[in-house]
Design a protein. Structure first.
Length: 292
């Protein structure tokens, strides 16, 4: 068992839980989702570049891996973030976080088909328990009461979930994490995604908004959850079966729910509390063999 890898995954998941609250604070004041994503990953790329220089690790990029990083940037950076921030315009931050971080289901499936990984009884049970907790929080017992906008927002969050699952599994399948290391792999993916977002801003003719508060939020989202969180995630997923970090991500929506209550003054229902307990139980159950 690699305790460092488990700790890295838990730390990354908790940091990601902050994305949805701070992201919603930005997009609901009129800051364009594409701009949030762009400033976020420009900040992440710059942070990772400086870090690489400080630790004096050599930069390199084999031309044969350019398509792989293009695909990672398209899915895990551009696609995932646009889906997330557009989703946050339409639905609650906790719901977006839950659907996004329920990607352990997609990761388990993609890991089975692309990596030929088998899912043990404990991992399958933890995944089921965690998804049950997510479902309880998502429905609040009244699925049919969802408005059209919230349904659209939830669907976009589910698309973000699939993008991240593909990013995670593809990064492991191609072997680029082992070849480049977690930090450099994250840097190239982040830089690739930043370029795509910059092109999107140009093609969509989105006016640049230099609102200080929202840019600071984007910079935080770039350095902590992206720059540091993505690196820890790559480290974790490269040393554990992909389904384990996937299930650990259930801690992110729990973090989002707590912050939403504190910072956004959102109420928290009994269904959310019970769902959160199921999420924690699912995480502990799935990694039982990993920590013994």
């Amino acid at each position: 068992m690699n305790k460092k890898a488990v700790f890295a995954g838990v730390t990354a998941a908790i940091s990601w839980g902050t994305v949805f609250v701070f992201g919603q604070m930005a997009v609901q004041t009129g800051f364009h989702p594409v701009l949030v994503s762009f400033f976020r990953f420009v900040s992440a790329s710059l942070f990772l570049f400086i870090y690489q220089r400080l630790i004096k690790v050599k930069f390199f990029l084999d031309r044969k891996n350019i398509p792989d990083f293009f695909l990672l940037g398209l899915t895990g950076i551009t696609g995932m973030n646009l889906f997330i921030f557009y989703s946050l315009q339409l639905t609650d931050s906790t719901i977006t976080s839950l659907l996004m971080n329920a990607n352990g289901f997609f990761i388990g499936i993609l890991g089975f088909f692309l990596l030929k990984e088998k899912m043990g009884i404990l991992e399958f049970g933890g995944l089921f328990i965690g998804l049950s907790g997510c479902w309880l929080i998502f429905t609040q017992g009244h699925l049919t009461a969802l408005s059209h906008s919230k349904f659209t927002g939830n669907f976009l969050a589910a698309c973000a979930s699939f993008c991240w699952a593909f990013y995670s599994v593809w990064g492991k399948k191609t072997g680029i994490i082992e070849k480049y290391g977690a930090v450099l792999s994250t840097f190239w993916a982040s830089l690739s995604g930043s370029l795509m977002l910059g092109i999107a801003i140009f093609l969509m003719k989105i006016p640049l908004d230099f609102d200080v508060r929202n840019i600071l939020i984007s910079v935080y989202l770039g350095i902590v959850p992206a720059g540091i969180g993505f690196t820890l995630w790559f480290y974790s997923i490269s040393r554990l079966k992909t389904v384990i970090p996937g299930i650990i991500q259930f801690l992110a929506p729990l973090t989002t729910a707590l912050l939403a209550v504190i910072l956004l003054r959102q109420s928290i229902s009994m269904e959310t509390v019970l769902g959160g307990l199921l999420i924690v139980a699912g995480v502990l159950f799935s990694i039982k063999n990993q920590i013994e």
